[in-house]
Design a protein around this ligand. Sequence first.
Ligand code: IMP
Ligand code: MG
Length: 185
Amino acid sequence: MTELTSDTQSGVEVIYSADMIATRLEGLAQEIIARGLERPLVVAVLKGSFVFAADLIRALHRSGLEPEVDFLTLSSYRKSRTSSGKVEILRDLDLGVDGRNVLLVDDVLDSGRTLVFAKDLISARGAKEILTCVLIDKKVPRAVNVHADFSAFEGGDEFVVGYGMDVAHRYRELPFVGRMMQKET
Ligand code: IMP
Ligand code: MG
């Protein structure tokens, strides 16, 4: 069977297919399990991580973990493809994190500002341990000092869409991660 390399309907070139992502997530879940987090609380940073987090928690379940899940909606990108440098809370967590072992899940680690903001917030609220997990760890210089404890894939300095990730609210529905074939105007 030929691997799908582009999606003519969306005009997005496939980087990580749905199959590649599914396979990698089983391995990623095993790596997370191996860290032995007790009573883990998964905090998914929205919106970009919602598809990744949904698949990851089910992979964790298949590996025998029973995480609780909460969501933190942050914004830094708005409509542009480059970070504004400022991170804001658009919707806060429901659950308390005091004394909890948190697995912080985001889609992309780029400048690091979003992950640092979320980590500092959860840490200030008394979390016991915070591990970070991203779908794509971009190997680019960070604006702040932060690293991903777990990542599904490593990426370069290019903007990706699909599998929950958008540009100007588009492409989140794509089942794969890809790059746009034509530059948007
Ligand atoms: P950072 O704060 O610069 O590390 O950027 C991380 C946030 O920016 C992530 O939560 C994403 O929502 C968004 N982001 C960064 N790079 C990309 C990308 O290539 N595609 C889609 N979103 C991205
Ligand atoms: Mg995000």
